[in-house]
Write a protein that binds this ligand. Structure first.
Ligand code: CIR
Length: 252
């Protein structure tokens, strides 16, 4: 399961028009976002990943959030039909890139909607949100194509499950308290994100290192106690676009 490569795409010219409910969405700074993205890419390289940079898309504001475009499992990828209609079309270059890496792809078809931000990867199964962006048909098409067991967590108010649940490996999940008792998380050792640090629930674990947003001291301390090495990154401009650490890459 250890990923070797990460697909990324720098924010394009229209990034500041991204979809967002964040109160600071009108203050998004493209130059700063690109600097933060550059540091993100460097961090992924430092984690030992080969970073594959796709040309930026200057016509689609949310195209840097590549995680939502596809769900990759082994040598297969489901190309998402995103719940956010304004984002449909972003996935074309992602599909081409995955095919060029030797992946077998299938496109989700109507009435399915699915976004990679809803899908948490464990060794033996996936957990998917059924959310504002992903429906039951999307989950069913994903399970069929990827031939993987998929457990679900349903909350029509939730945008993406991964904003609330991350899998760190070794049977350990980092979860937002509000979903900690969900049936799909039974059997996992759960680290509950401290109150006020809920944004840290979306984080990227590679081996024993965990990339998380900066300013999460209590979560970092819990991670250290569990034997992980936290790495903090400033992703303020992506947070203002309702994005987080995982959404900027697809691990292959
Ligand atoms: C959106 O609303 O679709 C983008 N502005 C943010 C997507 C973030 N994706 C993710 O966390 N997987």
């Amino acid at each position: 399961m250890t990923p070797k490569r990460a697909l990324v795409r720098e924010p394009g010219r229209r990034f500041t028009s991204c979809l967002s409910c964040h109160p600071l969405r009108n203050t998004v700074d493209l130059r700063k976002a690109r600097e933060q993205h550059s540091l993100y890419r460097r961090t992924l390289r430092d984690l030992g990943l080969e970073v594959i940079e796709l040309p930026r898309d200057d016509s689609r504001p949310d195209a840097c959030f590549v995680e939502d475009n596809a769900v990759v499992r082994g040598r297969k990828a489901l190309i998402c039909r995103m719940g956010a209609e304004s984002r449909r079309g972003e996935e074309k270059e992602i599909e081409a890139a995955l095919v060029s890496l030797g992946m077998r792809t299938r496109r989700a078809s109507p009435p399915a909607t699915i976004e990679g931000g809803d899908v948490v990867h464990l060794e033996d199964r996936l957990i998917s949100g059924i959310s504002r962006r992903t429906n039951a048909e999307g989950v069913s098409q994903m399970a069929d194509w990827l031939e993987t067991k998929v457990d679900t967590l349903r909350d029509p108010k939730m945008m993406h499950l991964k904003s609330h649940v991350s899998y760190l490996g070794r049977g350990i999940a980092l979860v937002d308290a509000r979903y900690a008792d969900s049936k799909c998380l039974e059997g996992l050792n759960k680290i509950i994100v401290p109150q006020g640090e809920e944004y840290a629930a979306d984080n990227l674990a590679v081996g024993d290192r965990v990339v998380l947003p900066k300013g999460m001291p209590r979560t970092s301390s819990l991670l250290r106690k569990a034997g992980f090495v936290p790495i903090s990154l400033d992703l303020s401009e992506f947070e203002k676009c309702d994005g987080a650490v995982t959404c900027l890459s697809i691990l292959v």
